[in-house]
Design a protein around this ligand. Structure first.
Ligand code: FES
Length: 138
């Protein structure tokens, strides 16, 4: 049996969650690997939440927010982008591949894009295999 990754998806309420909803409403198919967590803004996704998800068994974490300039809290997505860049550097120190922590902008009208992102991330993590949390990490 092939490996099916578990991906935790933090989706901002205003754009990305609606985009995911549109994917379902339009019956666009994508792998059932994503466990969606609705958050008010991508800027609310603190790095420790991502680390906890990976440590507790997720093979990858997807953070989705509004496109730059569209954040309903003005700069939440900019904060998310800055944190994401820093977190990737920390994860790399522990041998965790960048493909396992992905940040994407998905608007409420981009159902097809949402499906494409989840499909691509699933394929990349499938190729990497399950995440083995490094003992020396937090
Ligand atoms: S409200 Fe969507 S990223 Fe801030």
């Amino acid at each position: 049996m092939s490996f099916e990754p578990t991906i935790i998806g933090f989706l901002c309420n205003w754009c990305s969650y609606s985009g995911a909803d549109k994917t379902g409403a339009a019956r666009i198919r994508y792998p059932q690997t994503l466990r969606a967590v609705r958050v008010m803004c991508s800027g609310r996704v603190e790095p420790w939440l991502i680390v906890k998800a990976l440590k507790d068994g997720a093979d990858g974490v997807l953070i989705c927010g509004c496109h730059p300039g569209d954040c309903h809290y003005l700069s939440g997505n900019c904060k998310a982008a800055a944190r994401h860049a820093l977190l990737l550097r920390v994860l790399k120190e522990f041998g965790i591949e960048k493909e396992r922590c992905r940040l994407e902008w998905v608007s409420a009208t981009e159902g097809e894009r949402f499906a494409a992102v989840v499909t691509d991330m699933t394929e990349k993590i499938r190729a990497l295999g399950p995440l083995v949390w490094p003992e020396r990490a937090i």
